[in-house]
Ligand binder design. Sequence first.
Ligand code: PDD
Length: 282
Amino acid sequence: QWIYLNGEFVTKENAKVSVYDHGFLYGDGIFEGIRLYNGNIFKLREHLDRLYDSAKSIMLEIPLSYEEMQEAVAETLRKNNLKNGYIRLVVSRGPGDLGLDPRRSPKANVIIIAEQLAIYPEEAYVNGLKTISVSPRRNLPDALNPKIKSLNYLNNILVKIQSNLAGVGEAIMLNSQGYVAEGSSDNIFIIKRGVVFTPPCYCGALEGITRLAIIELCAKHGIPLKEEPFTLHDVYVADEVFFTGTAAEVIAVREVDGRTIGEGKAGPVTTRLLKEFRGIVE
Ligand code: PDD
């Protein structure tokens, strides 16, 4: 397996960054999770747009142009001879001194890892995941803006720990006003009487690329969809619930906080949207 590290390809064993890297020391950096289906990089432009927006927002200078980054991703896939898999693209502030000041980290590190991935077993897409809700974890835009896909995933990891302790597959994050934001590493949708709902990103959600693909699929197939805030009550009484993400794709939820959702498995609209989604990614 070859890892792209600042323009060179190194083996996994040699893929190292300095302990003075501010991505490591302070989570000062950004990343993208991108999916490869049958040689097709799904929505690479949208992912790179988000990456460069995140970089601009934290004033991180990516040492590759947009085109050079596209080429670096393509080269990494060729080098690993991958047709299907998952690409993790990381840009950290790079090595500096022990202070926070990014001016001391003049050169960002660019890392591209490509490998196979299957975060949920296929049966989970039919039976759905058991989930819980967790205490407010998602910052509102006034804190670290959730639209920035930064290396600051400790909030998400704490949510993952809570779901592990509860013995469930994923957890739903609320924002400080008690509205539903998203999952620990995916966006959330609910369906009620044939209408699909998803929180607007200002509720504290990453502007998910899979989320947008589902919004577009609903529009294309005349499935009514509303981007509006909703609460845990709305989730509990929903007919269907599902998460979306590059790694997760479209994964049904069968239970939230002990409440069975619908028939306790992937619902008809969820199943249809997963099928349509898998139809567009090839
Ligand atoms: N997650 N929300 C969070 C907090 C995420 O980390 C992710 C992606 C999403 C889904 O966004 P998208 O559809 O653009 O992947 C939402 C990991 C990194 C992933 O699935 O790759």
